[in-house]
Design a protein around this ligand. Structure first.
Ligand SMILES: O=P(O)(O)OC[C@H]1O[C@](O)(COP(=O)(O)O)[C@@H](O)[C@@H]1O
Ligand SMILES: [Mg+2]
Ligand SMILES: [Mg+2]
Length: 344
């Protein structure tokens, strides 16, 4: 058994990959690791510390906020503020950007976009939830960073990652040089390297979509689901269907086993449900870095223009060959091209 390598050791070791690194990004990743451990502690005993249920408030998306949404949001913002390497936090739970205005933060050059608690509908039923983060370097050089520094294309991310609070707690991240996964060892309170150089299989036999909304799906998606369900031994179909309802968990499974996750436009979510800045861009960066593919049915998620903080997009993400297949079905119908704003 190779000696355990902690997240902190790994980050420092990898710092030399970035010739101009001064340690700021390393410290920022460290701060995120610290907040993840604090949130993990509360998630693991949520029922004992009054962390289940609704907080009684609603976020900009019109969703009722869970107590853990609020708690996780506060913990990540506090850790980023005290760490001093981040000047702005863009969070699912805050309508506007959060300026971290401590003396040190003002000069900080990094922006963090975050979904503090992903899979909120699963908190009370003890199903895996997570945290998603995305890191950008501010573009503006004078004065305070602004919203424009946040609304950058996903291609500009310098790092992205997620924490999954599941059967074990893992932190998975990329800085654009591959993807590595770390498992929290509660006995030493450290994330330790457990999944070096993660690669998503080029294809898989599991599709993941909320089929409860089938009647509201674009024709291309309906046709792809039918394709997945056809009997064909040569291509291992019918595929199996899995849907946890936490994007994190459905994508982590795809990372390990192969598969595709789709959240398309529906009648209820004409622009898609999932948010570009703090859900789709970071997960797409990670999946692409692991050898997968992520599009809105046609265009790479990372190339999409970002016009607003809580902008939504349809997403087709996972094993490359499966996403390409789904895109074929989307390309077959103009109606679908319209739905993803590509014609008309
Ligand atoms: O219940 P639905 O409509 O299938 O939506 C599930 C999706 O919504 C989400 O819960 C949205 O994320 P939040 O929980 O962070 O709001 C995703 O994790 C998940 O994939
Ligand atoms: Mg989410
Ligand atoms: Mg959330």
């Amino acid at each position: 058994m190779p000696p355990l390598k902690t997240l902190g050791q790994f980050i420092i070791e990898k710092q030399s990959d970035h010739p101009y690194a001064k340690g700021e990004l390393s410290r920022l990743l460290r701060d995120i690791g610290i907040a993840a451990k604090i949130v993990n502690r509360e998630v693991n005993k949520a029922g004992l510390v009054d962390m289940l249920g609704q907080a009684g408030s609603t976020n900009i998306q019109g969703e009722s906020q869970q107590k853990l949404d609020i708690y996780a949001n506060e913990q990540f913002i506090a850790a980023l503020k005290s760490g001093g390497e981040c000047c702005i936090v863009a969070s699912e739970e805050n309508e506007e950007i959060v300026m971290l205005d401590t003396d040190v933060s003002l000069d900080a050059k990094y922006i963090v976009a975050i979904d503090p608690l992903d899979g909120s509908s699963n908190i009370d039923v003890n199903v895996s939830v997570g945290t998603i983060f995305s890191i950008y370097r501010r573009q503006s050089t004078v004065g305070r960073a602004t919203l424009d520094d946040v609304l950058q294309k996903g291609l500009n991310q310098v790092a992205a990652g997620y924490i999954i609070y599941g059967t074990s707690t893992m932190l998975v991240y990329t800085t654009g040089r591959g993807v590595n996964g770390f498992t929290l060892d509660p006995s030493i309170g450290e994330f330790c390297l457990s999944h070096p150089n993660m690669q998503i299989p080029k294809t898989g036999f599991v599709y993941s979509i909320n089929e409860g909304y089938y009647v509201h799906f674009p024709q291309g998606v309906k046709s792809y689901i039918k394709y997945c369900q056809v009997e064909d031994d040569a291509t291992h179909r019918p595929y199996s269907s899995r849907y946890v309802g936490s994007m994190i968990a459905d994508l982590h499974r795809s990372m390990i086993k192969g598969g595709i996750f789709i959240y398309p436009v529906t009648a209820a979510t004409p622009g898609g449900k999932l948010r570009l800045v703090y859900e789709c861009n970071p997960m797409s960066f990670i999946i692409e870095q692991a050898g997968g593919r992520a599009t809105n049915g046609k265009t790479r998620i990372l190339e999409l223009e970002v016009n607003s903080l809580h902008q939504r997009t349809p997403i087709f993400i996972g094993s490359e060959q499966m996403v390409l297949k789904a895109e074929e079905f989307m390309a077959e119908s103009d109606e679908d091209q319209l739905s993803i704003g590509l014609v008309g």
